[in-house]
Ligand binder design. Structure first.
Ligand code: SF4
Ligand code: SF4
Ligand code: SF4
Length: 143
């Protein structure tokens, strides 16, 4: 299983990762599925979906639109099943989820850029484009 590892000490707050996310999904939306905030020490802090082992967004979703893929461990979102109730947005402990800025109905959810590969493996454009290697793809084990 793969996750995006964040090294805040390397981040310069250039927002290339945010732009990369928009470009990666430009045929579906105009919003990024990640963000960079300023922390209490005025340092840039990239925030990405953690594809949590016990994902609150999945637990609170009443329609099954948010699901944990048992093979990849990724938390997947199906907009066709979404009722736009925003429960996932309210429950995410990292505050990463948001609705799309145009229609306010679709949840902007990181999909690890699996649409960029033929076999559905992860290929995050944000990781590829970060000039500082502040975000990297790492293999993890879930218990
Ligand atoms: S692209 Fe890299 S250095 Fe730039 S804001 Fe994103 S994580 Fe930080
Ligand atoms: S992996 Fe893809 S969808 Fe997820 S934050 Fe990076 S660019 Fe966006
Ligand atoms: S959206 Fe939030 S709660 Fe859901 S998997 Fe990502 S970080 Fe975890």
């Amino acid at each position: 299983m793969y996750r995006i590892k964040i090294d805040r000490s390397r981040c310069i707050g250039c927002l290339t990762c945010v732009t990369a996310c928009v470009v990666s999904h430009e045929t579906e939306s105009t919003d990024a599925r990640n963000r960079v905030v300023i922390d209490s020490e005025t340092r840039p802090a990239p925030i990405f979906c953690r594809h949590c082992e016990r994902p609150e967004c999945v637990y609170t979703c009443m329609t099954g639109a948010m699901k944990k893929n048992p093979q990849t461990g990724y938390v997947e979102y199906d907009k066709e099943q979404c009722a736009s109730c925003y429960m996932c947005i309210m429950s995410c402990p990292y505050g990463i989820l948001k609705y799309d800025s145009i229609r306010n109905v679709e949840i902007m959810k990181c999909n690890m850029c699996v649409h960029r590969t033929e076999d559905g493996s992860a290929n995050p454009m944000c990781v590829e484009k970060c000039p500082m290697q502040a975000i990297t793809l790492e293999e993890v084990r879930e218990s």
